[in-house]
Design a protein around this ligand. Sequence first.
Ligand SMILES: CC(C)(COP(=O)(O)OP(=O)(O)OC[C@H]1O[C@@H](n2cnc3c(N)ncnc32)[C@H](O)[C@@H]1OP(=O)(O)O)[C@@H](O)C(=O)NCCC(=O)NCCS
Length: 415
Amino acid sequence: MPPEVRPIRPDERTAWARSVGVPFLRPVTEDPADDEQHWEQPPLDRTWAVVDDDRFVGNAAVLDRRVNLPGPAGVDCPVVPLAAVTAVGVHPSHRRRGLLGRLMQAMLGDAVRRGDPLAGLQASEAAIYGRFGFGVATFAARRRIDTRRSSFSGKVPDVEVRLLGPSEAAEVLPGLFEKSIARTPGQVDRTEETWKWEVFDDFPAWRRGRSANFYAVSDDGYALYRAEPIAGASGHRLHVHEVCAVSPDAEAALWRFLFDIDLALEVEARPRPVLDPLSFRLVDPRALETTGVTDFLWLRVLDPVALLTARAYRAAGQLVLDVGAPTAAVLEPDPAVGRFVLDASPDGASCVPAPARRAADLRLGVAELGTLLTGAVTAWDLAAAGRLEELRPGALGVADALFATRPAPWDITGF
Ligand SMILES: CC(C)(COP(=O)(O)OP(=O)(O)OC[C@H]1O[C@@H](n2cnc3c(N)ncnc32)[C@H](O)[C@@H]1OP(=O)(O)O)[C@@H](O)C(=O)NCCC(=O)NCCS
């Protein structure tokens, strides 16, 4: 019998959680302490297992989330439902037999039936998900600064920053987070469960030798960080996980607070935007080193008409997009595949399936459409990489004008 792919039953949560660890090289110990689940439980009917001979040999789940699409200038982003794919793994005993493909087929097919316009994930490896139609939709930079080189060139905003304990922080952080992400495309929302398990639970085994969370808060923003002693130095490195603020001044004040902490010799921060205004605040912009840039959020378009109508455009223009199937065609039919007429302007947009006689302007894949949706990469750059084809001269320029976004897409919430 080939393995079965199915949602789990209520009494299978622990077995499933154990299964999730195995592909990530966490063995099953049978120690009850290891079975305590310090993470958000996905809905049962979206928690998938691969079952072979009564054993779980693969797993994946979908969380109900929402994500910001690019919005009009000076206004909050439109927000759409996101099937947030997580906990994907196939045990080493069953790898490369097509089981990831079957899990994807189950999850994406289910998302289409539920009417989710979009699926998303964060990838352990960048070579895995393009074949299923996922395209990179946000990037994340890792930054490092020697705090002794962190002087600002201009005035430091006069903002009071105070340290809160976890229960006080739990009262104010979610509201500040929501306000701070409202105008940034690509930001994924958080539920009460996300805050509980990803932030405030602060499970000691997940700290990797670092301190518990510190919460530095002002009226208009917060910073979440941990401290780690630097071996051989009488000082610490701060690991800054989040700096969220509703204005540039509020953000600058939080960075100044972090850089001025006594005994903090170094600050490391991730995920940061690829181009960070913080570096232009510094007397010495090179002091803010970029130590890595990686893909972060990947998006898989499921309903192009809804998504291209919902996002905002900073320019006016018309394009006929010819969207081709991904190499691993797990959806039959695939609702993202076809030709679509986009008629966009800063006042709103419409997108409809193209009539048979309309010639296409651009040819691209579903994954590239996911990338253009947030504006993470320009059409010009996708074309230069051979991932998008200009069929009508001038169409690339129109696409670049239409899909450009400000601020650049960015996401800080993993799932
Ligand atoms: C990644 C993983 C889930 C793949 O599962 P799998 O069942 O072996 O994958 P499949 O057999 O369905 O492979 C489907 C296709 O993807 C390719 N593929 C699978 N894993 C890949 C990887 N890590 N890198 C590149 N290609 C990969 C396969 O070669 C296959 O390509 P083909 O159709 O051209 O032959 C599994 O290797 C795993 O659990 N890895 C460790 C945990 C992990 O990284 N999980 C992903 C978290 S985001």
